[in-house]
Design a protein around this ligand. Structure first.
Ligand SMILES: [Zn+2]
Length: 404
């Protein structure tokens, strides 16, 4: 009897292994296709100098709108017009505040236009980090075969790159068949009001785009999963964002005679619960498609896992959850960012607040995330408030007034 059992066990494991092995062998990388024939004789040095020059305009998007410096934005716009005259004369320009919308008329008006977007605003230098910059953030230095500074990657390279490319095409007598719009945003880093205006304008004019491409993705050569390969990441989806306040209430009082249920300790426990209970996730949809593609280049054991998700899905989810960038593709992420409690060293707070930012996976909604959070932190001293929109903010202040 035991022998028979053992034999069937061995047979089953053997069959499973064979299937897994065959599937792994079939899970291979496709033959690379090489496109020959497309060459562009771009003046690399001039393009490099142009990107460096664009970095010298301090087109900073501050959260505090008072700090907005119009001269820097106007300077950048004038510099672009002087540097790329062909681009500017081939296109119609519409200014939406400081966001630039260019239209490059196509020869066939029956075709739906495309929209290429980038932004020329940059985030500020974090106060206190000035000394650790290897090069001045706004000097636009070229050294060590690199262009240094704020915006070199994010995203003046996009703006300058497009103006370079279109200029090259114009000089070579190219005219697009399909109309091309270029939108260069001025406030992407603080919400993208300019982009919203572009959307509104195109909508009003009845423009239905064929497709649009924005910044994002890069060529990675040091991905630990495929160490000797180059990986070009194309972003085709974006997560949403929702921010919640976790609020702990307590009686307050004086720190010389603290009661047990201090609002700060109650809040700490709630944050801990959130950390220990990440929003449920899994490898699905576009993320699954991406891993199906790149896993064909993994080493054998890892390739075996991804070739046999029917068998190893849980192992894969576990492994990926431990890698920061992969975890973000699997689930809605949880990131506590701001804290507030008492305003005085010896006063017990009646209210302690943790602000938590969630990046919402397409399978979740802001409502489902909030419901999940409420369930995890459930406690009679805890409430969860949205910080989402203007309406919620007013409600937020209203409630604070009532408590005060
Ligand atoms: Zn950007």
């Amino acid at each position: 009897m035991f022998k028979k059992l053992l034999l069937s066990f061995v047979l089953i494991v053997g069959a499973l292994l064979s299937i897994a092995l065959i599937r792994t062998l079939m899970h291979s990388a496709p033959e690379p296709t090489v496109n020959v024939g497309l060459t562009a004789d771009i003046d690399g040095e001039a393009a490099t100098n142009n990107l460096a020059a664009s970095i010298r305009f301090k087109t900073i998007s501050h959260q505090d709108k008072e700090k907005f410096s119009p001269q820097e934005f106007e300077g950048f716009i004038k510099w672009a017009a002087d540097t790329y005259p062909e681009f500017h004369s081939a296109m119609q320009l519409e200014m939406l505040e400081y966001t630039l919308l260019f239209k490059w008329e196509g020869s066939d008006s029956s075709l739906a236009p495309i929209l290429l977007t980038a932004h020329y605003d940059v985030v500020p230098v974090i106060p206190g980090t000035e000394s650790i910059w290897e090069e001045e953030p706004f000097a636009g230095v070229i050294s060590n075969n690199r262009i240094w500074g704020r915006g070199a990657l994010d995203d003046k390279s996009g703006v300058v790159g497009m103006m370079e490319a279109a200029t090259y095409l114009i000089k070579n007598n190219f005219q697009p068949t399909r109309t091309v719009y270029f939108s260069f945003g001025h406030d992407e880093e603080i919400g993208g009001g300019g982009a919203a205006q572009v959307t509104e304008k195109l909508k009003q004019e009845g423009v239905q785009l064929q497709w649009s491409v924005d910044e994002g993705g890069m060529l990675v050569s040091d991905n630990p999963m495929i160490p000797d390969q180059q990986l070009a990441i194309i972003n085709v989806a974006e997560k949403g964002s929702v921010t919640l306040d976790i609020v702990a209430n307590a009686a307050g009082g004086h720190s010389s005679m603290p009661p047990k249920n201090n609002a700060v300790s109650v809040l700490a426990k709630a944050i801990n619960k959130l950390e220990e209970n990440p929003v449920p996730g899994g490898l699905q949809g576009l993320s699954a498609t991406m891993f199906d593609g790149i896993s064909r280049y993994f080493d054998f054991p890892m390739r075996m896992l991804f070739a046999n998700r029917w068998l190893f899905d849980e192992v894969i989810d576990d492994q990926l959850s431990n890698i920061t960038f992969a975890n973000a593709m699997l689930r809605t992420t949880t990131a506590p960012t701001m804290l507030s409690g008492s305003i005085k060293t010896n006063v017990l707070p009646i209210e302690a607040i943790a602000t938590v930012n969630f990046r919402v996976h397409p399978r979740d909604t802001p409502e489902s995330v909030q419901a999940y959070v409420e369930r995890i932190v459930a406690d009679e001293q805890i409430t969860v408030r949205t910080r989402g929109g203007e309406m919620h903010l007013r409600y937020h202040h209203g409630k604070q007034t009532v408590i005060a």
